[in-house]
Design a protein around this ligand. Structure first.
Ligand code: ATP
Ligand code: MG
Length: 325
């Protein structure tokens, strides 16, 4: 399989086989993750992309030993997450979705305590903390208490704290959720910088743009299943060159579909009520033709949109649903 070929090798950073999690509760079972086969190579910047409830945090939870799988297996740099949790924990740094910094401590103390926890000597912890404060441009905030930090600063401290013991793998669960656009771009730069220095990074995100901008490979997940995995360019190719043209009429669009189906350059036609969607290789003249096809059957155009090839189209093509961030 192409997915595996890209990350082959016995020392993959992450390898899961049929990894699954069913949460059991009084209200019934939730099949949060339904058998994931993933491989992440060392040094790779890998993204897990999916809408709310797709199973991203559950997957990260299992990979980081916080959530116990109910099926399949996962190995991190060769260590099994269930039978060797301590070895796994030593190799990973985790930045969770919410702020888990110690509010009783300063920024510097948060970093140093984490270093001591992982067995660094006092002097080594001080040195490493200073390195990370410098790297993340947090020198001026070293004495600040956690509650004094901005959202973006807190995120950077969390990333720094996760890196104190120089983990092989850095996991980030929705690193830029609830963060303003400028801060998001700054964080992207931070993460890119880490990756350029060789850090293996696995992040989850529901922002398509984030996955597209940062990740070398992306696994698209929905409802606990892997829909597709590959480079963003590769995913777009798989689904087709795919410019999406969408036109909404003032009545059911089925008669228009009949007129454009089979037309050269049209890869796919979908109709939902009054809206027709075409995946086309070139959008030239398409909207005009749809307008005319509508007129021929007595329909007027209410709205139209042309979306260039994007992960959004990929998701739509794979699930038949719009991607809502
Ligand atoms: N502890 C739990 N007990 C029961 N169900 C859970 C638990 N944690 C998550 N779920 C359910 O499992 C599914 C996957 O949740 P998960 O948090 O992994 O998704 P996610 O992709 O991280 O979503 P989001 O983008 O909202 O963070 C959801 O249906 C969720 O309600
Ligand atoms: Mg989540």
């Amino acid at each position: 399989m192409a997915v595996l070929a890209a990350a082959a090798g016995s020392d993959a950073a992450v390898r899961t086989v049929g990894l699954a999690k069913t949460y059991r509760s009084a209200h019934g079972d939730v099949l949060a993750v339904r058998g994931l086969d993933l491989e992440v190579a060392r040094g790779e910047f890998f993204g897990l992309l999916g809408p709310n409830g797709a199973g991203k945090s559950t997957t990260i939870g299992m990979l980081t030993t916080l959530v116990k799988p109910t099926g399949g297996s996962a190995r991190l740099v060769g260590h099994d997450v269930v039978t060797e949790p301590v070895a796994v924990k030593r190799r990973i740094g985790v930045v969770s979705q919410n702020n888990t910094l110690d509010r009783q401590l300063t920024v510097r103390e948060n970093l140093e305590f984490r270093g001591r926890f992982f067995g660094l000597s006092g002097r080594a912890a001080v040195r490493r903390a200073q390195e990370l404060l410098d790297l993340f441009d947090l020198g001026g905030r070293a004495k600040a208490m956690v509650y004094e930090l901005s959202g973006g600063q807190a995120r950077r401290v969390m990333i720094g704290r996760a890196l104190m013991h120089r983990p092989d793998l850095l996991f980030l669960d929705e690193p830029t959720a609830a963060i303003d656009p400028q801060t998001r771009i700054n964080l992207w730069d931070t993460l890119r910088g880490l990756h350029e220095q060789g850090q293996t990074i696995v992040l989850t995100t529901h922002y398509m743009e984030e996955a597209e901008t940062l990740c070398e490979r992306v696994a698209v997940v929905d409802d606990g299943r892997l829909l597709a995995c590959g480079t963003v360019a590769g995913l777009k190719d798989e689904v087709g060159p795919g410019t999406l043209v969408s036109v909404t009429f003032d009545g059911p669009a089925d008669p228009v579909a009949a007129a454009v189906r089979g037309r050269a350059g049209v890869d796919r036609v979908e109709v939902r009520g009054a809206t027709i969607r075409l995946f086309v290789r070139s959008a030239q003249n398409v909207v005009g033709d749809l307008v005319l096809a509508g007129v021929a059957v007595g329909l007027t155009v209410r709205d139209s949109a042309t979306v260039p090839p994007s992960l959004e189209n990929v998701f739509l093509a794979l699930t038949g649903r719009d991607y809502r961030e």
